[in-house]
Design a protein. Structure first.
Length: 371
């Protein structure tokens, strides 16, 4: 917007500009002056949109420490952005090593609580009899060995974020106690009579099939609904193929010694990375790259450094339909990786039509970035 005015009052002009007008000038219109102003407006507009596009590209390939450019990771990034501005509980699901803890930390560090503690507690790693005092703390003399008062993890997270990792492992009895806490954010330390109010944001994660735990009665439905106000699912790495090399490159950089130039990854090694199934997900990829960076002697990381054979794991069952689907999924992934997301070419390689391939992509819920 360019304001042309008959009113020479500078205050009105300033006001117009502060409200978003690009420029202003007073009548009568001098065509040369107008040309110059328009030229500059176009120039600024181009710069602005270039900057925005660049910003967006940078943003889409990573979010804090999280790397990823696949559509699903895109969705995860925007979910993190949205929930970070609120205090709603989030449940993060996904196989082991998919980045659940990293997502929880990203939510915390993008929230207003970022300067307060992020306290993780692994609900699967602590023996059941210690879990309650670990979560809620205890008073001196609450039980043999309680020589002094101790705050629990919930209290330690006051003002910040409590991360309930492997929440699917929480024993039923403690699920009840946790639920009670989540209803009013008040707790009593073990052996304590004083009620303590705690201000925490709760994020939980599990690699278990929580729906199955619910149906088997091993996870309380009421607790589930409290925790999963927003659910974020992290797909396994084999379902976001276009992230593998991107994340691998980020790990090469991360594990290169300070001051050294990060090595490139050879084409052969890239193919090996793309062909592998990554049952251990991003964690396995990180270990693999860390080792390769250490082993590698030349200017680039080779397939030998990576040490990966395209895998053919033993079939999980002899059911022919399952085996067929398994191989179908694998071949489709490889064809897409090989053709860098070009669906027509991938369909050609597979001997399928494009619509058939799209149908299969949908069936197997394979996410990819179309080239
Ligand atoms: N998208 C990603 N970009 C970069 N690094 C990642 C990404 N996802 C995971 N990682 C890294 O992979 C490793 C495993 O991630 P994390 O510990 O968050 O997984 P997890 O889902 O909590 O696994 P588990 O269920 O085994 O606890 C970490 O070192 C983490 O930094
Ligand atoms: Mg974890």
């Amino acid at each position: 917007m360019i304001v042309v005015t008959g009113n020479p009052d500078r205050r009105a002009a300033l006001e117009a500009i502060s409200r978003g007008a690009h420029d202003f000038f007073t009548k009568p219109v001098d065509i040369e002056e107008l040309k110059a102003i328009l030229k500059r407006a176009f120039y600024v507009h181009t710069l602005e949109s270039e900057y925005k596009a660049l910003q967006q590209r940078l943003e889409t390939r990573s979010f804090g420490e999280l790397v990823g450019a696949s559509p699903v990771m895109h969705d995860v990034f925007s979910a993190i952005r949205k929930v970070s501005t609120t205090d709603v509980p989030v449940l993060i699901t996904g196989e082991s090593g998919t980045g659940k803890e990293l997502v929880a930390r990203a939510i915390h560090s993008n929230s207003v609580r970022k300067d307060k503690p992020f306290i993780p507690i692994n609900c699967g790693a602590i023996p059941e009899n210690l879990m309650e005092s670990e979560l809620f703390g205890y008073e001196k003399g609450a039980f043999t060995g309680a020589h002094a008062q101790k705050k629990g993890r919930i209290e330690l997270a006051d003002g910040g974020t409590l991360f309930l990792d492997e929440v699917g492992e929480l024993p039923l009895q403690l699920q009840v106690k946790l639920l009670r806490f989540l209803q009013d954010f008040r707790l009593n330390r073990v052996g304590g009579r004083q009620t303590i109010e705690v201000d925490v944001r709760v994020i939980a994660a599990t690699n278990r099939d929580i729906k199955k735990l619910l149906s088997e009665g091993r996870f309380r439905e009421d607790l589930y609904y409290r925790l999963a106000v927003v659910a974020v699912d992290l797909p396994p790495l084999r379902k976001r193929r276009d992230d593998v090399v991107l994340i691998a490159k980020a790990f090469v950089k991360m594990h290169t010694k300070d001051g050294a130039k990060p090595k490139s990854i050879s084409q052969e090694a890239i193919e090996a990375l793309n062909a592998y199934d990554w049952p251990g997900n991003v964690r396995e990829l990180e270990n693999c790259i860390r080792r390769a960076v250490t082993l590698s002697e030349g200017p680039s990381i080779t397939a030998t450094d990576i040490g990966l054979e395209p895998v053919q794991p033993a079939p999980a069952s002899f059911n022919l339909k399952a085996a067929k689907e398994d191989i179908e999924l694998r071949m489709i992934n490889r064809a897409i990786a090989k053709n860098e997301g070009n669906i027509s070419k991938a369909a050609d390689d597979l001997g399928l039509t494009r619509p058939t391939l799209y149908h299969l992509l949908k069936k197997y819920n394979i996410s990819f970035k179309e080239a």
